[in-house]
Write a new protein. Sequence first.
Length: 151
Amino acid sequence: MDVYARLKELNLTLPELPGKGGIYKSVRQAGNCLYVSGQVPRVNGEIGYIGKLGAELTVEQGQEAARSCVMGALSNLHHFLGDLNKIKGLIKTLGFVQSAEGFTRQPEVINGASGLLEEIWGEDGLGARSAIGVNQLPHGVGVEIEFIFEI
């Protein structure tokens, strides 16, 4: 399966690489694992989906934000690897959801990311996963996600 052909079938385009917000590597390789730094959602290249889930943002908006995080990760991986077809599959997703008091639907929000990864890689796009509610995220975004992929 060609990842780029699959993205085209899904009518998805890799976004431009965003500027880094700190001192870190966007992707770090250790053996056959690629660790992707936390991705925040972007809309037309700008940080988007600001607010807490269960207050300013709906679950559906959170899922869109999570999908945006996946696309940012894929852009970083494409830049790092030169070819997304080198990826065998996903190992782990770690999703952080900025949550209003009493909001408990973090797994549903991160399903936006998991669903997209499954659409792209099938069973190989599903890995271990955590979905964690937090009080605050950088720039006030509703979702931030880290990934570990196998090559």
